[in-house]
Design a protein around this ligand. Structure first.
Ligand code: MEV
Length: 425
């Protein structure tokens, strides 16, 4: 039976589910139930979510957790995090507490410039193109005046428009490289609208516009977060060795891209969780962060650490184009609340909070990896998940957790111990 359908988007939600269940799930009504079980009982709220995307049939829940005890630039924060991976929120909370008694996190925004480009092909003389560009430059600002009006009132707008010759990279390829300040919004729509208006103004017979789009590579929308303390205050058991191995772990990431990718993945555990909770675009953040990690030509760590004069310093520098107005930030009730929880920060403050979450996560990962290893914590979680799957009672759960305190946890071993416990009863 063909699974191709015409006019699917015109069906209502129930019809869409019916088609899906019939076509892919042998008309199993239990499947329909599962999809519908996640509908919100409040129709207004459900409608809101239905309209975020197209062809919505249900909601896909992710947990929203909070990590308290963050001190950033002397201010206390409880950070909202949306993530499916266990241990991330717990690690963030532990690290937040740890650094709260060592001066907290310091963060600063280095720059906030965003970039958009009109990519085009031109075969003629470069000097003529340059003259044409110069003759048009004033008009670019004029044709975008309506679009930039509000943004200019908020201190943003177009910062500069440059003609760039890219013919060394690709034959006939030039671009208009446009820089923007977008204040508290992420600015994607604003930038793209400006670019399209500029490209229409620029287009002529011998200029073939290929596309106009913002860049998610924003090395000039940069934030830095840092922690520092005396080496002696770092780790109870052997501070010196701990600090040394911590720095080595970063050196290894810088020397070995295989490790750097995992290292940065740990950073992004913290970053993405806050980006999602606050209604920002995590794909844009991911793409930009990894490009930044590779800016030297080799993929490297996003974090750095030094020990100088017995002082340990650990920091991150990362591009983060995020917004606290516009987009999903006020549309999604939980993003709105997340921003409320953070004190309705301007975008610059949110950049600092997010960078701190990434740094904290990397600290937790490296601390675990260079000391006990991460499996200890993970296997504990694994154990509780298996116990839950087995349907153990509270009493049995407590017994099994104690039983496995000093034993190797495997799925089989837990099942065996559980069965034995049940048999003995
Ligand atoms: C797991 O989600 C993240 C880590 O692998 C990060 C790292 O290895 O640094 C623990």
């Amino acid at each position: 039976m063909s699974k191709i359908i015409n006019g699917f988007s015109k069906l209502n939600k129930i019809e869409k589910i019916d088609w899906l269940v019939e076509t892919y799930f042998q008309n199993n009504q239990k499947v329909k139930q599962v999809f519908m079980q996640y509908w919100n009982s409040n129709p207004v709220l459900q409608d809101l979510h239905d309209d975020f995307i197209e062809n919505t049939i249900s909601n896909f829940y992710l947990p929203l957790g909070i990590a308290p005890n963050f001190v950033i630039n002397g201010r206390d924060y409880t950070i909202p995090m949306v993530i499916e991976e266990s241990s991330v929120v717990a690690a963030a909370s532990l690290v937040a507490k740890f650094w709260s008694t060592r001066g907290g996190f310091k963060a600063e925004v280095i720059s906030t410039t965003k970039i958009g480009q009109v990519h085009f092909m031109y075969q003629g003389e470069k000097v003529e193109l340059t003259n044409y560009f110069n003759s048009k430059k004033e008009n670019f600002y004029k044709v975008t005046e309506e679009i930039t009006k509000n943004m200019r009132n908020r201190g943003g707008g177009i910062l500069g428009i440059e003609l760039r010759d890219k013919t060394a990279e690709l034959k006939n390829y030039y671009q208009l490289h446009v820089t923007f300040e977008t204040a508290d919004s992420m600015g994607a729509n604003f930038i793209n609208s400006c670019l399209e208006a500029i490209s229409h103004e620029f287009e002529k017979d011998d200029i073939q516009i290929v596309m106009s789009i913002l860049s998610n590579y924003v090395p000039e929308c940069l934030v830095r977060a840092e922690v520092t303390c005396k080496v002696d205050e770092l780790y109870a058991e052997n501070s010196e060795l701990f600090a040394q191995k911590f720095v080595q772990a970063i050196q290894i990431a810088n020397a070995e891209p295989h490790r750097a990718v995992t290292h940065n993945k740990g950073v992004m555990n913290g970053i993405d969780a806050v980006v999602i909770a606050t209604g920002n675009d995590f794909r844009a953040i991911e793409a930009g962060a990894h490009a930044y990690a590779a800016k030297s030509g080799t993929y490297k760590s996003l974090t750095n650490a030094t020990i100088e004069n017995r002082i340990f310093k650990f920091w991150i520098e990362i591009p983060l184009a995020v917004g606290t107005v516009g987009g999903l930030t006020s549309l999604h009730p939980l993003s709105k609340l997340s921003l409320n929880l953070l004190g309705n920060p301007p975008a610059k403050e949110l950049m600092q909070i997010i960078a701190v979450a990434g740094l904290a996560q990397n600290f937790a990962a490296l601390r675990a990896l260079t000391t006990t290893g991460i499996q200890k914590g993970h296997m504990k979680m694994h154990l509780t998940n298996i116990i839950k799957q087995l349907g153990a009672s509270e009493e049995e759960k407590e017994f099994l957790i104690n039983y496995f305190e000093n034993k190797t946890i495997t799925h089989n071993a837990v099942v065996e111990a559980y069965n034995k416990l049940v048999d003995e009863k």
